[in-house]
Design a protein around this ligand. Structure first.
Ligand SMILES: [Zn+2]
Length: 266
């Protein structure tokens, strides 16, 4: 892997550094973002891979790192947090993320801003759904929206009960969409130029899945397993546990929305 294929300038003082941890959930790998000009933030330092951290250092290139920020506690985004804070700057994340990681840091509250310069103010936004501790970040001047794992650059994110919540996910999508973002810059996958369309696509995809769950129940599915067979018929065995947790999240949502659900066997 050459430097060039991992490091990509996104313009307007934003550089993406992709970690070499590709996979089903991480797509081409976790994207770490270096944001700002003279004063910068490192968003999601990623896996604790010394090569990845050296690439980040290469992009930092002597500039003042004001904070290492996290979107959420999942290890593909945060495993390097401890190393990164020792190397660069204090950790900023939601109080819940800090507590899950058991790391020292300065908690970010919803709507709190980090001012890097006249042109860069980064606003933290509570955006649970994929996980309960999740923050997205918005650059006021460029309308760039960093969505972490809430909305990926392609495919659909994992919403697994009990930490994931479909209800919270829809609320977070509505909140982010209301910002009228320009680009959507995700934790995995490509940057999307039309953020609002991508957010809407994500919402519609999820509604379609929920419709499929309702249909499976109407057709007599009486267990999480049988719902899975109805809606994800050709899923490899290695994905069954994850799919079952996703279906639990859909069932939780339907119950919250007042749907009368049958008593399901395990
Ligand atoms: Zn995640």
């Amino acid at each position: 892997m050459t430097e060039a294929s991992n490091i990509r300038t996104l313009g307007y003082g934003i550089t993406a550094v992709r970690a070499d941890n590709p996979g089903a959930l991480t797509l081409t790998g976790t994207q770490t973002y270096v944001i700002g000009n003279e004063h910068i933030v490192i968003l999601d330092p990623g896996p604790a891979d010394p090569v990845h951290l050296d690439r980040i250092q290469h992009v930092v290139d002597g500039r003042t790192v004001e904070a290492v920020c996290l979107t959420h506690a999942h290890s593909d985004h945060s495993a390097a947090a401890d190393l990164a804070t020792h190397r660069w700057a204090p950790l900023r994340a939601s109080a819940e993320t800090l507590s899950r990681l058991n790391l020292q840091g300065v908690p970010l509250v919803d709507e709190e801003t980090i001012a890097l310069s006249k042109e860069f103010t980064l606003r933290a936004l509570n955006s649970p759904g994929h996980s309960g501790d999740h923050l997205s970040y918005f650059v006021e001047s460029t309308r760039d929206l960093f969505t972490g794992d809430l909305v990926l650059g392609e495919g659909s994110t994992m919403i697994a009960a009990p930490d994931g919540s479909v209800r919270a996910y829809f609320q977070s999508l509505a909140k982010l969409s209301a910002l009228q973002p320009g680009r959507l810059i995700p934790g995995h996958g490509p940057v999307v130029d039309a953020a609002s369309e991508r957010i809407e696509e994500s919402r519609v995809h999820r509604l379609k899945r929920i419709e499929q769950v309702i249909m499976a129940l109407q057709e007599g599915a009486d267990s999480v397993e049988s719902i899975r067979q109805a809606i994800y018929s050709d899923l490899p065995v290695s994905h069954h546990v994850a799919a079952n947790l996703t279906i639990r999240a859909y069932l939780e949502y339907l119950a919250e929305e007042g749907h009368k659900l049958p008593i399901l066997t395990a």
